[in-house]
Design a protein around this ligand. Structure first.
Ligand SMILES: Nc1ncnc2c1ncn2[C@@H]1O[C@H](COP(=O)(O)OP(=O)(O)OP(=O)(O)O)[C@@H](O)[C@H]1O
Length: 457
């Protein structure tokens, strides 16, 4: 599963349940299938209404097994996309964890270009926006540009029908019961304006082996009308189109019929349409996972999600390929300097721990930092914390050992809780998964043997 940051914990549970069902292994996690998750948890989170972050089990799902904790972490540390552009890598790494400095901002300011031209011109470089509305506005503006230049633009209308109506629909206007949200119509738009040369994006998986997947973009090279007609004859005509997908070659895309629930429980609707949308612009959400050479980014006041600016900027390979349409430094700090959570990881285990990001910022800028009584080291491996704790606990074991000769068992247990257990428990959830934690638990066993007065074996 790629882009795991956008998958909610609830979705992970559904995938688990469905795989158990499909594989007929009800008692094995993910039906016994090996599952690999890829992603960066400091990129975009799941859209708000879809559920909790993938690493945070909601309270109502406890005490079921915490699915996220079944996975172990393998961290990729080398930046391949921006390789060679060290300044850009430094800015992105800082933005990712909310450490942008004034110097970083001033470098980004140099990429703000008011009226982008040449390679960054409106109809050439991809525009990346935060909202669908901005994307639609830009696509409409580019379409107008071509219209004014004299391009022959065809309007394609979807063929909709209701296939198992639950009620009498004689007087019904079909448009009123077909969802307007393209995500609820299987990715098929109700109207599409195209021309030879238009930049389009596939909204449906056609053939994964050929790279024809939801999100693939290309330019229309030919429009093929039904019945060998040379041009659009009826406004209900839905053509096939040849699209140049670049590396994936020139491929034909036919209209597709998809069924989906009609509104107000009217039954099942079916739409036949080209699974395409215009794509001179795209939202940051749709761009996560992609790489482009050139893009014009909107980083203005409409940024609304944690990690959004980082995902947007990190799509291009170099600072030269970046043009910023609007830059709101305050907003950038607001959305990317204050994530509500961060992830702590050691060599092998992932533990989801909520902590103030400031502590992590301090830890990553210095070799080792003590914050709230916990030692943070640069790699968040908790070695300093474990070392310090073991020193303290060893001393207190010495005290317990001496005490056991002169106090009752009850007092000794009280002393254990005060001198040992309280120190050990502090922030245990943070460092308890680290590889050094076993040393602490070894000392605890030693303390246990002292208060229970049991021999080593
Ligand atoms: N080993 C490599 N050598 C050269 N280029 C690479 C290598 N691995 C990846 N790349 C390039 O780096 C870019 C990013 O790769 P990819 O999309 O796989 O990264 P990612 O980790 O999924 O990034 P993100 O999650 O931010 O989208 C691509 O342009 C890819 O061609």
């Amino acid at each position: 599963m790629d882009e795991i940051s956008m998958v909610s914990y609830q979705m992970l549970c559904m995938i688990d349940a469905r795989l158990r069902q499909l594989k007929n292994h009800e008692d094995e996690f993910f039906g016994g299938i090996n599952v690999l998750l890829f992603g960066d948890l400091l990129q975009l989170p799941p859209i708000k209404r879809s559920g909790a972050p993938v690493f945070k089990q909601p309270d109502h799902l406890q005490p079921a097994t915490h699915l996220w904790r079944l996975f172990t972490l393998c961290e990729l540390t080398e930046n391949m996309r921006q390789q060679g552009d060290h300044t850009f890598i430094e800015i992105l790494n800082a933005l990712r964890i909310g450490e942008l400095t004034a110097n970083h901002f001033s470098i980004l300011m140099q990429r703000v270009i008011q009226n982008p031209s040449d390679e960054f011109a409106t109809d050439k470089a991809l525009r990346v926006y935060t909202t669908n509305q901005q994307v639609n506005n830009h696509n409409a503006a580019v379409l107008n540009l071509f219209r004014n230049k004299g391009s022959r633009i065809y309007t394609i209308k979807a063929q909709d029908q209701l296939i198992d109506a639950t009620r009498n629909t004689d007087t019904l206007n079909l448009a009123n019961i077909i969802p307007t949200d393209i995500n609820k119509t299987g990715g098929l738009p109700s109207v599409l304006e195209i021309f030879v040369g238009a930049k389009v994006m596939l909204r449906s998986n056609i053939d994964v082996t050929k790279g024809l997947v939801n999100g693939a973009t290309g330019h229309i090279t030919e429009i093929v009308w039904p019945q060998f007609r040379r041009t659009q004859m009826y406004e209900t005509d839905v053509p096939s189109v040849w699209i140049d997908f670049g590396r994936d070659g020139i491929q034909v895309i036919h209209p597709k019929a998809i069924q989906f629930p009609a509104k107000f429980n009217y039954g099942t609707a079916e739409r036949r349409m080209l699974p395409l949308i215009l794509s001179w612009a795209s939202t940051v959400h749709k761009m996560q996972g992609s790489t482009v050479d050139l893009a014009v980014m909107y980083l203005g006041s409409k940024l609304f999600e944690e990690g959004q600016a980082y995902v947007a900027l990190s799509r291009v390979k170099s600072l030269e390929g970046l043009c910023i349409e609007k830059l709101d430094c305050n907003k950038l700090s607001e959305v990317d300097l204050k994530p509500h959570y961060t992830l702590f990881a050691d060599d092998t285990t992932i533990s989801s721990v909520y902590m103030d990001l400031e502590m992590v910022q301090n830890a990553s800028s210095r070799a080792c930092e003590k914050a709230e009584g916990v030692y943070l080291d640069r790699g968040l491996l908790w070695r300093a914390q474990v070392d310090e704790l073991c020193n303290k606990l060893s001393t207190n074991i010495f005290v317990l050992r001496n005490l056991r000769h002169c106090v009752s068992g009850y007092i000794l247990r009280q002393a254990y809780f005060a001198l040992f257990h309280a120190h050990m428990k502090y922030a245990l959830i943070v460092w308890g998964h680290s590889s050094g934690a076993n040393r602490v638990f070894g000392l605890q066993r030693k303390a246990g043997r002292i208060i229970l007065d049991t021999p080593y074996h």
